[in-house]
Design a protein around this ligand. Structure first.
Ligand code: DUC
Ligand code: ZN
Length: 454
């Protein structure tokens, strides 16, 4: 029997298995895994790793934040993601004044549908303006937007009673609440003090957002969700103080999961002492912390206390970062990582023996797909979408000018060499990246089906 596409002679790495075999694809779907398969087109993957397309459940494309807007749109951002081996993303919807949540979802979908080159989903943000309109969640959920973003910081933050009500409403739908956990009152007070003392440079950004304020908010979110009877997921864990709250709750049988991001796994807060605007590049929230925190995050990933690596990809140009430089509190917060994530975790995780290859696939592909409700993604198995990356473990890439495809004129990882890089990216059977060439039109990606059991 012949297939449309066969990936031959590779080592298939799933979260729970490693197999030397061929993968046969028919149309958009994995049709068979076996030996000596033949196809209309064949790609030789000898010496390479064949893994599920990576799933990044935390990105911000084309997103206005105050006077700024993230510099990747849905086309450039998903193109860069595909070059980095990511075949599915989850972005966000925010509801504008005068809109309903279903209207906001439709508007965001129209924007994304035009641009995306890979599949995607959206998290619906529940801000204070939505808290008395939680009856709209069911319609949003039925439209395939099954996850809900709740902030404990910034203007969109919910008070504890609002958080409780939102958790209850999401829980009634069996939806997935995802939380930005930082103690905003404490952070605001520390920011005020630093600004009053004339401490305005980027190094005061992490010093205004201490790890303990993230740990406290993480524990509070877990307790409130437990009271409301819902599971939850903590975004962008940057420190041990938060990771141990998640681990402790999991040990008590609470259904909580945690994500960390490449910027926290690879960098330390020394980035804030870089000269000039470079000191502003790493400004993101929560902030990048010290080497002790970084090592604790790797340990937490390795022993299963954290379950996901996504990016919080939130790119701003050098000019945007420069605009806020005079006062750390006005620097637009965000780092671009969507293209380096898979390689970064391989290079710093697997090659340094902090993670097994199967754990790498689990945290970058399988668990994020499962948690986000993508039932046909995150695994190389018969019946799953043919979202596949052929990963070259020997290819070394040094980040620098012209290497990445993100629409940003700097990278936090400039000068860093990654060992292991994607050679081919396949999305639903289409070879969209090969030999450094991109072969997908804007809009080829799809709003992907999502649902939860039970
Ligand atoms: N943190 C950032 O750094 N940027 C976007 C949103 C967030 O939580
Ligand atoms: Zn974010």
């Amino acid at each position: 029997m012949s297939y449309d596409l066969v990936i031959k002679n590779g080592r298939i790495i799933n979260a729970a298995s490693t197999t030397d075999a061929d993968v046969g694809i028919r149309g958009e779907t994995i049709a068979v895994i076996g030996k000596n398969l033949s196809g209309e087109r064949e790609i030789d993957a000898r010496g390479k790793l064949v893994i599920p397309g990576a799933v990044d459940v935390h990105v911000h494309m084309d997103m206005p934040i105050g006077p700024y807007k993230t510099s990747d749109d849905f086309y450039s951002g998903t193109r860069a993601a595909a070059f980095g081996g990511t075949t599915c993303i989850v972005d966000f919807v925010e509801t504008a004044p005068g809109q309903t949540m279903p209207q906001a979802l439709a508007q965001r979908r129209a924007l994304a549908d035009d641009g995306v080159t890979i599949d995607y989903g959206l998290h619906m943000t529940i801000g204070p303006a939505e808290i008395d309109r939680l009856d709209q969640l069911a319609e949003v959920y039925d439209a395939g937007c099954v996850s809900f973003k709740l902030y404990m910081a910034y203007g969109l933050r919910l008070t504890d009673d609002q958080l409780f009500r939102a958790f209850e409403a999401v829980g009634r739908l069996n939806g997935w609440p995802v939380v930005h956990a930082e103690n905003w009152d404490i952070i605001q007070e520390l920011m005020r003090r630093n600004i009053a003392a004339g401490n305005l440079t980027p190094r005061w950004h992490p010093r205004s957002r201490p790890a303990i304020a993230e740990g406290e908010a993480t524990g509070r979110a877990i307790d409130i969700a437990t009271l409301a009877g819902t599971r939850l997921h903590i975004f962008h864990v940057s420190c041990e103080e938060a990771a141990i709250r998640i681990a402790g709750a999991r040990a008590r049988g609470i259904t909580v999961t945690g994500e960390t991001c490449p910027q926290y796994l690879l960098m330390t807060w020394d980035v804030y002492d870089r000269p000039g605007v470079e000191g502003a590049y790493g400004v993101c929230a929560p902030p990048i912390r010290d080497a002790r925190a970084r090592e604790a995050l790797w340990r937490a990933l390795g022993n299963g206390d954290l379950q996901v690596v996504s990016t919080d990809h939130c790119p701003f140009t050098r000019a945007d970062k420069e605009r806020g430089l005079a006062n750390f509190s006005t620097i637009p917060g965000g780092v671009a990582s969507v293209e380096v994530r898979l390689s970064a975790v391989y290079s710093e995780g697997v090659r340094r023996q902090r993670l097994t290859p199967n754990q790498w696939v689990d945290v970058c592909c399988t668990t994020p797909a499962r948690l986000a409700g993508f039932r046909r993604k995150g695994r190389i198995d018969v019946g799953y979408d043919a979202d596949i990356v052929i990963f070259d473990p020997t290819r070394q890439v040094t980040i620098g000018d012209g290497v990445l495809h993100e629409n940003v004129d700097w990278s936090l990882y400039d000068g860093q060499t990654f060992s292991g890089w994607p050679a081919v990216t396949i999305s639903r059977g289409d070879v969209i990246v090969e030999d450094g060439r991109f072969n997908a039109a804007s809009g080829r990606g799809r709003y992907a089906e999502r649902a939860y059991d039970g």
